[in-house]
Each structure stands twice: as structure tokens, then as C-alpha cells.
Design a protein around this ligand. Structure first.
Ligand code: SF4
Length: 494
């Protein structure tokens, strides 16, 4: 740090979600700020500027961004400046965002990590090297430190008719394998043991590379690293599962979770969505994975209420979910029309009430698997209304274990049943679920404690108790996060 920077005010860095791009981008910004001698803080009440990394995936991402902005506005000092980067800005453009959200300074779009650091340095008269550039080598892993995303590509060449992400993330760009390997080593030096291979569409890795490397090469390289204990293959397009990839998966015990977004199961809807897969192919793929690796956790996402979705087509999706393939949970989104997408121009757009009703049913019917990704306050509203919507959400970029309390509020009669039926479900989901249930019905605390003792080793419980105590004593959290921790602690010591 240069001497003149010592009194430099603190910068907060927040992310609207823990997404595969957002979290690494936030960690990169934190690393770059530290590199030029600027302090960061996770406490909005002491930050003089806060950088918000925004999301724009369907109405959900925008609403989450609104929640974060509101949390920040409520907790920050009156003169704190907010800077925004990320997909929401790229999607709507700087002019529109500044017009609608005048309290946000200098919004930047994607890939603006270096630009935002330069801008802040300029605004606060801090001397930093004029030629500061973006480098993955500067990335600093945030909590929980053992888990991290490893971006392998950006952009997408697919033509899903509901999706606007390729418009503002661009064409498919694979990172060179050597660069991914180097970043993996940087992460493991920071104690990372679990990595999620991330990209908008990971099985397409290598399609733009002349050396013909593929997702198989990435998996093999990561699997070989002795410090890595768990691998997650995120956002894998179903059509990318070749025989060779499936064979590779069968030989990789460290690959524990695969996320394959299917989006629907009805053939007419899949075709209208441009997914280039059929129901028959999806079921065959799932059966093959289950046969090859019965231990693996499968997760997915679905969109309900796509234009023209009939009740029968929706019922077909429910029947499919009832088959229980997704032991790692799944996310359900209510369709929202995106500008400049084909699906937005299709006839028979469903009412918000119908979409919400279909989404609500899934949330109720599949409480532990139906990981909530949509807040019922969402509406077909303007951007301004969306980003001002008040929802409870997490503020800290490092709050992976602290998801707030808004996630799933379930009926009590379903809780005991699912609490005792969590075999094969990811441990973070189990904890989230139990804390959410006990928050809603404190009398379930004993049941929650039993489930924890049944599913976790005593060493793990001990470690978690110590970490929870540490966080409660040493870290500053929003009131929701603190509430989460307090409940967790009560359950752990019960
Ligand atoms: S695969 Fe489809 S849904 Fe995913 S980013 Fe590409 S276009 Fe969007």
C-alpha cells in the first residue's frame, strides 16, 4: 500500500447472488482492491463506497438485485456511494439504469472489474497504478473458503428462445486449459477443496478452441489435483453428454454433483424453448447417469408457465418430478418475458397469476427438492419496480451458509416428513431447510437437532458450532443473517 492510501475509506463489495459468475467477479474485485492498497469491508455501515454486482437472469435476478440494493440503502451511511456492475447494467444500459436508479454512481456492465476499481480510485483521489489490469491471479476466495467456483468459459452460442444471456455475455469463449489449471492452483493455495466448474453452458467447453480440448480434459485435470476433494459440474447442457463424457464421469469419484438444466419435460415445450433435447433423451440420460453413478447428486432447473403451456403439459412436468431423479434438489422459475427474445413474442403468454400458481404448487409439493429461486412478491413489473422490491436476501458476498430466511416457508405437516427424509440431499440444503423450518416453528428444534445428528458426523457438528460462534462474535451481519446464525446455534447445541 502506498503511504498516501492509508487513510483511504473502506469499500464494500456485495453480490446479488452466489452465481457462477458473480461470486468470482466479486472475489476478483476484492483481490484487486487489496492489491492497490484499498481496504474492503463486509459491513455496509462502515463502507464509504459499495460495489454491487447485479444479476439479470429473468425477473428473479432483477428482484434479488433490488433486495440487495434496498438492504444496502437501509444500512449504509448517508453519504456512501453505490457503484454497480454486472448483467443488469449490461442488459438495460448505463443510461437507462442511471435514469431509473439515480443513487447508483457510474454503472458499468460485465467484465468491468478493473474499470470499477479505476473509477473508485479516481473518485476518491487514490493513487493506483494507471495501467492496473484484470487478472484472475488476484482473486481472493471468500467464505466459505473450502468451496469456490472455477469459471471455465463465458458466453453461450445456444439459441434458447426464452434466454437473453447471450445478448449481453456474448459468444462462447473457453478459457485455455492452462489458465484454468493455474487458477485452480491459486484457489487450492487459499484452502479451496471443492470446486464448481462454471460457465453459462459447461459441456460446450472447447468448441471455440483450436486444440480440441473438451470438458473431459477439464474434468480430468481438476480430478487429478490431490487437494480437490469434491467437484461439481454446473450448468451442463443435456445435449453435451456424449458416451465419452458419461464414461469419464463413471470413473471420477470426486465428481459429486451434476447440475443439468432441463427447463421442461414436455416435447412441444422443449422444442418451443429451443432446447434441442426431447423427453426421451432426458430420461435416458438420467437413467444412464444413475446406473453409472448411483451416488451422484443430480440437480436441475425448470421454467413453469412458458408461453402456451397447457395444464396437461404442466402436469407432465409434475409427473416427471415425482419420479425423484433430483436428489440434489432443483430450482423452479416462473417464466418472465425477456426483451429481444423469441419466446417473448410468442402468442398465449400466461397470466402472472397462472405462472405463480404453478410455481407455488411445486414449492408446496416438493418442499425439500423445490429449492426456491423465486420470491412470490415478483410481478410483471417495470425494471424500477423490480429493483425496488423489498425482499429479504443476503448482503454479504461471503454468505454462502447464510442464505437469509426467505427461502422456503413450508407447511408444518410436510416438515417433519421431509426432515427425516433427507438421504442423499446436499448438506447445505439440509441445514438451510432445518433452520428455515425451526424459524417458522420453534417447537421443531428437537427434530431439527436429531436430523443434524443423524446426517452429520460429530466432528462436523463441532466444527460448525465453532464457526457459528466465531461468526456471531467476530463478524458483522445483517439482522437476517444474524437471526439465521442464532437459530443454527440453538439447534446445534440442543
Ligand atoms: S444454454 Fe440456453 S439458457 Fe443457457 S445461457 Fe445459453 S441460451 Fe441461455
Amino acid at each position: 500500500m502506498s503511504p498516501e492510501n492509508k487513510s483511504f475509506p473502506k469499500i464494500g463489495v456485495a453480490s446479488c447472488c452466489d452465481g457462477e459468475f458473480n461470486r468470482p467477479a466479486v472475489e476478483l474485485i476484492i483481490g484487486m482492491l487489496h492489491k492497490v492498497g484499498i481496504d474492503t469491508s463486509t459491513n455496509p455501515t462502515e463502507a464509504d463506497a459499495i460495489i454491487v454486482n447485479t444479476c439479470a437472469f429473468l425477473v428473479n435476478g432483477e428482484t434479488r438485485t433490488g433486495g440487495i440494493l434496498n438492504e444496502i440503502r437501509q444500512n449504509m451511511k448517508p453519504d456512501t456511494r453505490i457503484y454497480a456492475i454486472g448483467c443488469l447494467i449490461a442488459k438495460y444500459g448505463k443510461t437507462k439504469v442511471e435514469e431509473l436508479l439515480p443513487d447508483i454512481s457510474a454503472p458499468f456492465g460485465n467484465h468491468a472489474e478493473a474499470a470499477i476499481v479505476r473509477k473508485i480510485a479516481k473518485d476518491f483521489n487514490v493513487n493506483i497504478p494507471i495501467d492496473i489490469e484484470l487478472s484472475f491471479r488476484d482473486r481472493e476466495v471468500t467464505y466459505p473458503r473450502e468451496y469456490s467456483y472455477l469459471p471455465i468459459s463465458d458466453g453461450c452460442n445456444e439459441k434458447c428462445t426464452y434466454c437473453s444471456l447471450p445478448q449481453y455475455r456474448g459468444k462462447y469463449r473457453s478459457r485455455p486449459l492452462t489458465e484454468i489449471k493455474e487458477e485452480l492452483e491459486i484457489l487450492t493455495k487459499q484452502k479451496v477443496k471443492e470446486v464448481a466448474l462454471a460457465g453459462l453452458e459447461t459441456t460446450g467447453y472447447g468448441q471455440d478452441l483450436s486444440d480440441k480440448s473438451s470438458i473431459i480434459d477439464v474434468l480430468k485435470m481438476v480430478h487429478k489435483n490431490p487437494k480437490i476433494k469434491k467437484i461439481i459440474l454446473a450448468l451442463a447442457h443435456p445435449k453435451g453428454f456424449t458416451d465419452e463424457l458419461l464414461e469419464t464421469i463413471s470413473t471420477m469419484p470426486k465428481l459429486k454433483i451434476i447440475e443439468i438444466p432441463f427447463q421442461h419435460i414436455n416435447n412441444r415445450i422443449l422444442e418451443a424453448m429451443g432446447r434441442e433435447t426431447t423427453k426421451e433423451q432426458i430420461i435416458s440420460l438420467l437413467q444412464r447417469i444413475k446406473t453409472l453413478r448411483p451416488d451422484i447428486l443430480l440437480t436441475t432447473t425448470f421454467i413453469v408457465g412458458f408461453p402456451g403451456e397447457t395444464q396437461e403439459e404442466y402436469n407432465e412436468l409434475i409427473d416427471f418430478l415425482n419420479q425423484g431423479f433430483f436428489n440434489g434438489g432443483f430450482g423452479a422459475f416462473a417464466y418472465s418475458p425477456e426483451a429481444n427474445t423469441k419466446a417473448a413474442t410468442l402468442p398465449n403468454q400466461l397470466s402472472w397469476e397462472t405462472k405463480l400458481q404453478r410455481w407455488e404448487y411445486i414449492k408446496e409439493r416438493f418442499p425439500i427438492n423445490g429449492k426456491s429461486m423465486l420470491n412470490p412478491v415478483d410481478k410483471d413489473t417495470t425494471l424500477k419496480e423490480r429493483v425496488h422490491t423489498k425482499i429479504l436476501t443476503k448482503l454479504r458476498p461471503d454468505g454462502d451458509l447464510l442464505p437469509g430466511l426467505h427461502k422456503i416457508m413450508r407447511r408444518k405437516d410436510l416438515m417433519l416428513d421431509t426432515m427425516n427424509n433427507v438421504e442423499g440431499v446436499d448438506e447445505r440444503m439440509i441445514l438451510d431447510q432445518i433452520v428455515n423450518d425451526v424459524n417458522k416453528h420453534p417447537e421443531l428444534i428437537g427434530e431439527g437437532a436429531k436430523v443434524i445428528r443423524k446426517n452429520f458426523t460429530s466432528d462436523y457438528i463441532q466444527e460448525l458450532t465453532e464457526e457459528t460462534n466465531h461468526w456471531l462474535n467476530n463478524e458483522s451481519f445483517s439482522s437476517n443473517e444474524r437471526e439465521y446464525l442464532v437459530i443454527l446455534k440453538k439447534i446445534l447445541v440442543n
